[in-house]
Design a binder for this molecule. Sequence first.
Ligand code: 6PG
Length: 476
Amino acid sequence: EQAEIGLIGLGVMGANLSLNIAEKGNRIAVFNRTYAATEQFMKDAGELADRIIPCKTIEEFVAAIRPPRPIIIMIKAGDPVDQQMELLKPHLEKNDIMIDAGNANFRDTIRRFDSLKDSGLTFIGMGVSGGEEGARHGPSIMVGGTEESWKRVEPVLTSIAAKFNGEPCVDWLGNDGAGHFVKTIHNGIEYADMQMIAEIYGILRDGLNMSAVEIADVFAKWNKGRLNSYLIEITEKVLRAKDPISGRPMVDMIVDKAGQKGTGKWSAIEAQNMGVPATGIEAAVAARSLSSFKDQREAAEKILGLPASGDHGNVDRDKLIDDLEQALLAGKIGAYAQGFAVMAEASKEFGWSLPMPTIAKIWRAGCIIRSQFLDEITSAFTKDPDVANLIVTPAFADMVKDTDGALRRVISFAALGGMPVPALASALGYFDAYRRGRGTANLIQAQRDFFGAHGFDRTDGADKHHGPWGSGLADF
Ligand code: 6PG
């Protein structure tokens, strides 16, 4: 009996995805560059091995799969994917589907999709979220490609995806790069979420002098409320863990320099390219970058010092902790509203018609940003799929109004104590600018006209587009 699907690349993600596929009753053919890894994988597969066909050669692998053949490529993103595609191509037939399940840049996905057009082969760019556990037991899957190719893989992907109240967290989101674009924005939001949690942790640690375990208790409580989510859950666990070497909280033994592989940065770049603000994601990417200048930060602390700690002694601790919960919710609303606005614009720009309610839906379980909150976003977009911005939907407008005061108090407290809160503050800046009918860009337009005769529109609609500035700078 032939396999329903094939997978190349038995690293941790590929191996886990294969086991998940087999466990859900699908036959799968697997191939790895070194056969020793395949043999080891088969040993570890236990009884699932019955549904797995281990292949030594590409020829054997291709022959083992039912045409049109869907083949998942789960290898390091970048050039290796192009090389693997070249190796595979001569062995495939019309309508076979190469599926890139890595964290690819969606621009590469569009290029790869286009490059196969003339060959009659097709390409799916598939965003997979949920880390190693997700791959093994149920990830969230974002699919981009032709509708026909989606139909071919739909049964297998539906069987392996995470379920939210029984609904599978996988769907077809549009042509070529749509799936990888949505995965990129997922990661951008993930960065913003993580950064805001870290900012709140900083206030609890440095503003209220709380220990890691005390902070864990706060997150544990929040995880039972509106903030219920995977990231809050793991934050609590992280804060409780003890370092086996020193016996101290693990988190206190970790150097405060954050790594990043690119998806957050791509989100910010694409948002900038389209002229859509994604300040929460930008703040998070910048904060990771700044964190890496550890030596400079330590030197600067010696030169500049930290601000006098304000009135921390007099703060009402319980009230501040309640405010922090609300502020984090407000910050999330800002970051998610921006992420969805970026996707709405990209949908027009790249001709995808991205379904906003569906995206929110398939992020409710399986992925790293999974949460109760995403179910609320799903409802808001289901009621009003074409709304200009999440924050003006009735449910979220109420939430913004409810949390607004707390967000302001938290940012003030942090600012006075010198605790950096760039992502939380970005949300407040965004709300305040977005909801103010009369802004201050009139002055910017005047300045642009002054020094560059760029022109402006008038509030009275009159047909005079330059100010009485004389000849500009020449007058001075
Ligand atoms: C996921 C994660 C996953 C991974 C990224 C982010 O959705 O399962 O986002 O894709 O953790 O690689 O990584 P960086 O923080 O290293 O950029």
